[in-house]
Design a protein around this ligand. Sequence first.
Ligand SMILES: O=P(O)(O)OC[C@H]1O[C@H](O[C@H]2O[C@H](CO)[C@@H](O)[C@H](O)[C@H]2O)[C@H](O)[C@@H](O)[C@@H]1O
Ligand SMILES: [Mg+2]
Length: 266
Amino acid sequence: MKNLALDSASHALFFDIDGTLLDIAARPDDVSVPASLKTGLQQLTRKFGGALALVSGRSIRDIDRLFGDLKPRASGCHGGELRLLPGGDVFMAASGRLPPGIMDNLKRLAASHRGLLLEDKGVCVAVHYRAAPTLGAALRYELEGIIARSGEVGLTVLPGRLVYEIKRNHVDKGTAVAAFMRLPAFAGRRPVFIGDDITDIAAFTVVKREGGGAWSVGRELAPATRIFDDASDVRAWIAAEARAYVQGDARTERPAAATTAAGYGT
Ligand SMILES: O=P(O)(O)OC[C@H]1O[C@H](O[C@H]2O[C@H](CO)[C@@H](O)[C@H](O)[C@H]2O)[C@H](O)[C@@H](O)[C@@H]1O
Ligand SMILES: [Mg+2]
């Protein structure tokens, strides 16, 4: 773990989930969320005056299944869903579910290839091929064909870690970060985004434009500067930052600005 002290009064934090906070597992449901991570994120949220959000390809419903009571500010489905306030309402930044015709074709495709797993997330869908890694390029070709033949415009195939995501192309993790940065709890702060995948590059680009930090996990992902070795390295950093806050370490901490009684800004 590197020594990366951030000023909690002037930075905002954004975390990707899979591969960044959580270790990669064979299937989406196989991941585990350590209790210490939930506690650490809760403490960091207070430390940074509420300026913390999870920005994921998972749906917010799935994020809540994993993180339980935390109910953080979050974006799901690669910018397609937004929950701007902790525990608040989720609204769709992308326009509706994928058309039934496309879903039917995706189901047929998944049923005809051993090892494919369809994850229907509502405003986006993931086609996982971790159990059939050699399908990669051919699968992408098939997916682009399904979209083209549907006549639906504005959809894109986004490659991730042994997965292709089908999503609306007017939203991404960058549009999600920009939406959070307009909120009072975030405005004027320098955003730091931590992510592990090419699906995070849109967010890296936005935080760099805002004068913030783009930190990747496990590999170089321009324009990010690689900082963390893996997800356990990120979790250790969160735990250390949270510990310093709880212990009131006078050398690194300043009172968080504009927090409510619950510790969350607006
Ligand atoms: O943006 P993220 O928070 O990183 O989410 C990206 C996708 O993560 C999940 O899939 C990935 O992680 C799984 C569990 O480790 C793994 O089995 C799979 O191969 C990975 O692609 C999630 O299932 C997707 O919905 C997210 O979009
Ligand atoms: Mg990730």
